[in-house]
Write a protein that binds this ligand. Structure first.
Ligand SMILES: [Fe+2]
Length: 273
């Protein structure tokens, strides 16, 4: 099996073909997919078709499945599949973020499968946070490397089930700049509403610092915006990207994506104890 990888955008994103995800993927192909993900940060495979059981098996090509913590959105018979469905009033995640940062070992990748997509709009944008970090002045990079975020399941959300808050609510510390375990590069890493504070700073000052960083570093040249086609499979490298959904489409139309998350390592910054 030969993977073909074609860039979608100068900064990040590549379309991959030549891999069949309906059969177990051999180790060589897994390594090639992993390297392509670490380099391009977003991989897109077109014209896929999966039942829930088949979709779960897709995760195996990228790692080990992880349970998602808003359990009310998990598929009843396949709880490792999260359903992103805006029809029922579920709000699109329109702020820049990376997923599940309140976990000790947050997901290395998020996988989305476009089951039903609106005719226009409803895109997902992904920002290259490796490039965002690299674009900062050296002095600021050194300062950011000293910062640690404290993360918990979103405190402001009223739709977190008590059992999920119980399981996933304990604060977890992560470096605000993390080293990519496969690529070796560094990237800005936080989820602004899960990081309730930066150690040693007030909550308000922490939010202001993070928002300012997002505003300054996520620039059009660092963003790939994916226009969904039915059957698209998209894999995002959460260790060096942030993403957001666009809610600006005709809301009488459905938008349904199925989400998997794949276990990652504990974030670290090389050179720190
Ligand atoms: Fe997300």
């Amino acid at each position: 099996m030969t993977l073909t990888v074609k860039k979608l955008h100068p900064s990040l994103g590549a379309e991959v073909s030549g891999v069949n995800l309906h059969a177990p993927v051999d180790e060589e192909t897994k390594a090639a997919l992993s390297a392509a993900l670490a380099e391009h940060l977003v991989l897109v495979l077109r014209d896929q078709s999966f039942t829930p059981a088949e979709y779960l098996a897709v995760a195996d090509a990228f790692g080990t499945l992880m349970r998602q913590h808003y359990s009310q959105h998990n598929m009843a018979d396949y709880p490792d599949i999260g359903i992103i469905l805006h029809r029922d009033g579920q709000k699109p995640a329109s702020m820049w973020h990376t997923d599940h940062t309140n976990r000790e070992r947050p997901p290395k990748a998020t996988i989305l499968y476009g089951l039903t997509v609106p005719r226009e709009g409803g895109e997902t944008s992904i920002a290259n946070m490796r490039a965002a970090y690299a674009g900062l002045p050296a002095e600021e990079r050194r300062h950011l490397e000293t910062l640690t975020t404290l993360n918990s399941i979103d405190a402001h959300r009223t739709d977190v089930l008590p059992e999920d808050r119980e399981k996933y609510g304990a604060p977890v510390a992560h470096p605000l700049v993390r080293t990519h375990p496969e690529h070796g590069s560094k990237a800005i890493y936080f989820h602004i509403t899960k990081a309730f504070e930066i150690e040693g700073m007030s909550g308000a000052a922490s939010q202001a610092l993070m928002q300012d960083l997002l505003d300054r570093t996520i620039t059009p040249e660092n963003i790939y915006t994916h226009r969904w086609r039915k059957g698209d499979l998209m894999i995002m490298d959460n260790r060096a990207t942030m993403h957001r959904a666009h809610g600006d489409y005709d809301r009488s139309q459905d938008r349904e994506l199925w989400r998997l998350i794949v276990q990652g390592d504990r974030p670290y910054l090389q050179g720190t104890p």
